[in-house]
Design a protein around this ligand. Structure first.
Ligand SMILES: *[C@@H]1O[C@H](CO)[C@@H](O)[C@H](O)[C@H]1NC(C)=O
Ligand SMILES: CC(=O)N[C@H]1CO[C@H](CO)[C@@H](O)[C@@H]1O
Length: 325
């Protein structure tokens, strides 16, 4: 009795296995695609999509696909992620290295960012050179001294340094079709949310957003109606054509290249009009692209480091070792 059961079982077993394998093969075969697979552009989408580029080409993707019965259709080529160029004027002072460290720690978390650091100096300083070499960031180190006649209170600062950054960009990209890129002016005393970089990366021409702790107010912002900038919420001279702080806008590389003469001006520029004078040369208020949820979120702050107290710094009997601070 037992042996009859066993022999029946073993006769049936191969057939059962064959049926299981057939069913399995049938369900695995993908239906032929009728339309191209939709995909999320890494930077055109919402906040979630913007995180994709950080993981591009990660190890997980390949492993899942390797053993499939048929290779999946190749994904459509991803458009290159626009490079964010951050132009930072900087000058020697006791807190310089601390500020640059804060900035580098932020920038290091941003994909495809190129830091253009411009020293207000006749030569590159050793401190900044050493700092950049160890910062672990794609960077360019420039320097240009501010002429002495412009080093007075009440005059705009960092004009020459920002222009040096613009000139470098134009020279580097002048002879080829511009790679997609976005430029912004990242002063070394501000504080930047990582979300800001996701917002600015989709800039088509000139984008704008609120800035916190500026102009004698908790924040300043472009006023937006129906997705368009219609005015400015600001504590100071709202009649400026672009009543916006240096930290409140980004410009596409293409716009910088197609307006080769647009620079920050000394001549004829009134104090506090730098941003407005510059933007006037490259765009109109109607063209501005509001970011940060139609300019209702603060993603950058105009923080200032308190002037350090070095009253007890000795003039004689200094420390036995020399330490860079
Ligand atoms: C901005 O405002 C426009 C028009 O009111 C609206 O269509 C759009 O969805 C808004 N965008 C965001 C990110 O809130
Ligand atoms: C049958 C087959 O191709 N098996 C391969 C599945 O993928 C692993 C690696 O992930 C290979 O080691 C197997 O040879």
């Amino acid at each position: 009795m037992k042996s009859v059961l066993f022999s029946r079982f073993f006769i049936l077993l191969p057939w059962i296995l064959i049926v299981i394998i057939m069913l399995d093969v049938d369900t695995r075969r993908p239906a032929p695609p009728l339309t191209p697979r939709p995909y999320l552009s890494p930077y055109a989408g919402g906040r979630g999509a913007a995180r994709l580029p950080l993981r591009r080409g990660g190890p997980g993707r390949g492993r899942e696909q390797r053993n499939e019965s048929r290779p999946p259709p190749p994904p459509p080529p991803e458009p290159p992620l626009p490079t964010i160029y951050a132009i930072t004027p900087t000058y020697s002072r006791p807190v310089q290295k601390a500020e640059l460290t804060r900035l580098a720690n932020t920038f290091r978390q941003v994909a495809q960012l190129h830091w253009i650091l411009v020293e207000d100096a006749a030569a590159r300083s050793e401190l900044v050179s050493r700092f950049l070499a160890r910062a672990g960031l794609p960077s360019t180190h420039l320097h240009v001294p501010t002429p002495r006649r412009y080093k007075r209170p009440g005059l705009p600062r960092a004009t020459e340094q920002r222009n040096a950054g613009l000139a470098w960009l134009r020279q580097r990209h002048g002879h080829q079709r511009a790679q997609p890129g976005v430029l912004f002016f990242a002063d070394d005393d501000n504080t930047y949310s990582l979300e800001l970089f996701q917002e600015m990366r989709t800039t088509r021409k000139v984008s704008v957003w609120p800035v916190g702790l500026v102009g004698g107010r908790r924040y300043e912002r472009p006023l937006v109606e129906n997705g368009k900038v219609v005015g400015w919420y600001t504590g100071w001279r709202a009649d400026r054509p672009f009543a916006i702080d240096m930290a409140g806008f980004a410009v596409s590389l293409q716009v910088i290249l197609s307006n080769p003469k647009a620079v920050f001006k000394r001549r004829g520029s009134q104090p506090g009009m730098q941003e407005s004078d510059f933007l006037k040369q490259i765009t109109t208020v109607e063209e501005l692209e509001p970011k940060a949820s139609n300019c209702t979120k603060v993603l950058v702050w105009h923080t200032r480091t308190e002037k350090v107290n070095l009253a007890n710094e000795p003039k004689y009997h200094l420390d036995a070792v020399t330490i860079e601070v």
